[in-house]
Design a protein around this ligand. Structure first.
Ligand code: AMP
Length: 401
């Protein structure tokens, strides 16, 4: 089954479930940044509030379950504890939030009450989807709500196992919104559809490139990924980041694009430097004149303008990954020009991934992107066309799973 058949109507949603008087366990994503035991960015907590409020308004009790960071299972550390989140939530919800360090001792709540469990990745067996752990977590509540899109690609005890064991499992509103936006961009795209895939390495995005090539009218690559394609065209790329073992694969993709009449525009000019350094002197060069001492760190201005033309004509745009070392001002122009072209376009634009969101914020275009996915790995998994088991387990008819 692939993205073509993801039908949100077949997924059980929060509105389909009777919550009155029930205890509802919500798997949220509170993987928030903290400094000195204080939450420094609460946007993920804020995003979960409508779901929590909806459940409380239905006269139910709420148990919240989340991961944070990547602790060693079985070892609790203060640095990755969720304890500092309880007072933050309490302020938002205007009601007490119990922090439960040892949930195995039992969690008893009345309708309207809220509890937050300790980091689920401290539990032994979380990553391996231990059935006993999943069963114990599921037994805490009458209803399980999966609302953590960021971990939808992970088949773990707090995501998949618990949904399998829970008396009733459904998708929360945040998850449904993410799935609906991805479905809109991928299943029913208004043509022409264009994808930008940037970032460091082809190897991490090879499946994505291959799958997207089937769907899009134009595929734009950037960053270290473009360097491998530039090498596949036979140009010297000097000391640039690239993957020699994927040059043949890149050549095959270019050939496939040509045969199927897809545009795969590669840089005609590039910004190079002699060191990988923020202070390195940038030089603009035609793509066929990169010397052995140089490395490509951005697309050139002529390329950025040409790609902007494609973006202005597109009706659906999917964006993952920067096209240069956008963190350094000297090599940020290409990503900035494309970000602005996406912002100016009237296409449905969908963007996701940590670096992409950082670039969107750096260039101040957040409000002009139609939908920004909160997930990194989860976003890529769905873009690749896979419906994760963690979504399938939420289907209304279990035999679809
Ligand atoms: P990824 O995690 O694969 O999306 O890669 C994002 C990172 O790739 C960012 O930190 C960029 O600075 C980096 N990057 C983009 N273009 C280049 C390039 N031409 N050479 C080296 N690194 C790059």
């Amino acid at each position: 089954m692939d993205m073509d058949t993801l039908d949100l109507q077949s997924v059980r949603q929060l509105n389909d479930v009777d919550l009155n008087g029930k205890t509802v366990l919500i798997r949220v994503d509170f993987n928030v940044p903290m400094h000195d035991g204080r939450v420094t960015n609460a946007s993920r907590i804020e995003a979960s509030l409508p779901t929590i409020r909806q459940v409380l308004a239905a006269n139910a009790a709420v148990i919240l379950l989340s991961h944070r960071g990547r602790p060693t299972e079985g070892t609790k550390t203060d640095a990755l504890s969720l304890a500092p989140i309880a007072p933050v939530l309490q302020t938002y919800l205007q009601r007490p939030v119990q922090f439960i360090n040892d949930w195995r001792a039992g969690v008893t709540l009345q309708p309207g009450e809220v509890a937050l469990l300790e980091n689920c990745r401290f539990n032994r067996g979380e990553k391996a989807n231990d059935p006993q752990l999943a069963q114990q977590l599921a037994a805490l509540a009458d209803v399980f709500v999966m609302d953590a899109f960021g971990v939808i690609h992970r088949q773990q005890a707090s995501t998949y196992g618990i949904a399998q064991c829970a008396p009733v499992a459904c998708a929360g509103p945040l998850l449904c919104l993410e799935l609906a936006s991805l479905t809109k961009a991928l299943d029913h795209p208004q043509p022409p559809m264009l994808a930008i895939v940037g970032g460091a390495k082809v190897s991490t995005k090879l499946t994505l490139l291959t799958r997207l090539l089937d769907r899009v009218d134009q595929l734009i690559v950037g960053g270290g990924i473009a360097n491998t394609f530039i090498a596949a065209q036979g140009y010297s790329i000097g000391k640039s980041l690239y993957e020699a073992d994927l040059v043949d694969e890149a050549r095959r993709l270019l050939e496939r694009a040509k045969q199927s009449g897809k545009d795969f525009p590669l840089p005609t000019d590039v910004v190079v430097a002699e060191q990988f350094d923020a202070q390195a002197r940038p030089m603009i060069k035609p793509v066929d004149q990169v010397t052995a001492q140089e490395m490509i760190l951005d697309i050139g201005p002529q390329t950025a303008q040409r790609l902007s033309q494609y973006l202005h004509q597109a009706k659906t745009i999917v964006w993952n990954g920067p096209v240069g070392v956008f963190e350094w001002p000297a090599f940020a122009n290409g990503t900035q020009v494309l970000a602005q072209a996406i912002a100016d376009s009237d296409a449905f634009s969908l963007a996701g991934g940590g670096d992409t969101i950082a670039a969107i914020d750096q260039f101040g275009v957040r409000e002009q992107i139609s939908y920004i996915s909160t997930g990194g790995g989860a976003f890529l998994t769905l873009l690749e066309g896979h419906i994760p088991p963690t979504v399938k387990v939420l289907y209304k008819c279990a035999d679809v799973v």
